[in-house]
Design a protein around this ligand. Structure first.
Ligand SMILES: Cc1cc2nc3c(=O)[nH]c(=O)nc-3n(C[C@H](O)[C@H](O)[C@H](O)COP(=O)(O)OP(=O)(O)OC[C@H]3O[C@@H](n4cnc5c(N)ncnc54)[C@H](O)[C@@H]3O)c2cc1C
Length: 396
């Protein structure tokens, strides 16, 4: 195993850095760093810039218009994007649905949907979770009954990220309630503008409208919107989840977060000295940094194995648990560093040009702390990941 970057990967990093320097709008990076709520236009604009360069779909094969990068290139790109303050690419169409369509979709579905995903014609959201079916996803109840050339869908999805912007949703639905849970689920593509769909906002702790509930009341869905075979949806759903977990360690975000905590701790004072010299704070910061260095090394090790053709298995659960613990610890350090400025958290501070309370660097701190509570819940909660690790590694 060689953890040094060879010359062509260093050159690639330089190329990414130069591109971000030239093309990432400064005001957009400022919004991302200050954790201001991004508009749909902000996200679509950055999406279009990357698409123009051919860098929007790192995972896609070239035949579909992807960049077909290897694991190391993707890692470098993610690291540089986090460093530069680029917006996160909305993953639902590009890195979740697209791989499922490429593997299991009909030719017609591939021809229709894949170019639309790249061009930003469709905004997809993910309709998996339901009230009562999160960790225990296979118990989902949203029902689809076939009537002629349509399914009639009734039920509810929840935690639907950015569903308020979406015109399409991919859904797991129950098509056979009589068989074992996993064997009666199908994978349907549903037009969000169909009569009978209602989207209701859920406002998160940071005051942001990021997730939604989606209700289905006798929604008619053409049978050609079924992906693969009826009642085989669980296989496709699991395949999609392996793609949801790529880049899960979040090393780039943590590195950027740690730099920002250091900046804050140099500016804030404690007992007449810079906070960064406070032994308690410095020890906690050092521990977070050491953990992050260890995570970055594990991440590179797993990536280099993946580059050599070994699919990550239980390792992705390990990266998820450790990566999210570190990100939340960095958020907590930032919150402690700004002290009272994290207390009067007005949710309006994430909107538009409203000024933060206190110095500029305090602006994103409370929002980041509150918003990132989600990291240990979504994408398979940390408790569930620990269960997987115990079972796979310890035979538990
Ligand atoms: C911000 C956010 C965005 C999301 N976006 C989406 C989205 O776009 N689309 C979508 O479909 N879903 C989305 N989710 C849903 C997410 O996948 C679920 O919240 C997650 O799977 C947990 O399910 P749950 O909320 O029902 O909690 P539950 O499954 O009810 O779990 C409650 C608690 O019990 C623990 N627990 C449950 N089972 C076990 C077990 N077997 N062993 C040990 N502990 C256990 C869990 O870890 C958790 O702490 C999102 C969630 C959040 C918070």
């Amino acid at each position: 195993m060689d953890l040094n970057y060879p010359a062509e990967e260093t050159a690639f990093r330089e190329e990414v850095r130069a591109f971000l320097q030239e093309k990432l709008p400064k005001d957009l990076a400022h919004k991302v760093r200050q954790r201001k709520e991004l508009t749909k236009a902000d996200m679509e604009g950055w999406h279009a810039t990357l698409n123009q360069k051919g860098w929007l779909a790192p995972n896609w094969p070239k035949e579909y218009g992807g960049a077909e990068w290897n694991a190391v290139q993707k890692h470098i790109f993610e690291e540089e994007c986090a460093r530069a303050g680029a917006p996160r690419i909305v993953p639902f169409g590009l890195s979740m649905l697209a791989p499922v369509l490429m593997k299991f979709g009909s030719q017609q579905q591939k021809d229709h949907y894949l170019p639309r995903i790249l061009n930003g014609d469709d905004w997809w959201c993910q309709g998996y979770s339901e009230p009562g079916a999160g960790s225990d996803l296979a118990s989902l109840k949203t029902r689809a009954v076939r009537e002629g050339d349509h399914y009639i869908v009734n039920g509810q999805k929840t935690w639907t990220t950015l569903g308020q912007h979406a015109n399409m949703i991919f859904c797991l639905v129950r098509t056979d309630p009589e068989v074992k849970q996993q064997e009666g689920i199908s994978f349907l593509l549903i037009d969000m503008n169909s009569p009978g769909i209602e989207v209701r906002p859920i406002i998160l702790l940071d005051g942001v409208h990021e997730v939604n509930e989606v209700f289905f009341d006798n929604v008619k869905v053409p049978v050609e919107n079924l992906v693969g075979e009826e009642n085989k949806g669980w296989t496709y759903a699991k395949y999609l989840l392996t793609h949801e977990r790529t880049g899960i360690a979040g090393v780039g975000f943590s590195q950027a977060g740690l730099e920002s905590v250091k900046r804050i701790a140099r500016a804030e004072s404690s007992n007449g000295k810079p906070l960064i010299e406070n032994p308690h704070f410095a020890a906690r910061l050092a521990r977070a940094e050491i953990d992050l260095m260890a995570l970055a090394t594990s991440n590179l090790r797993i990536i280099s194995q993946a580059a050599a053709g070994q699919a990550p298995g239980v390792e992705s659960s390990m990266l998820k648990v450790k990566g999210t613990i570190i990100r939340q610890e960095i958020n907590d350090l930032a919150r402690r560093a700004v002290g009272p400025y994290a207390m009067p958290f007005p949710s309006e501070s994430v909107e538009g040009d409203n000024d933060p309370v206190g110095p500029e660097y305090a602006g994103p701190v409370a929002a980041g702390y509150f918003n990132n509570r989600k990291l240990s819940i979504f994408g398979g909660s940390n408790e569930i990941q620990r269960g997987i690790i115990a079972k796979m590694k310890m035979g538990g």
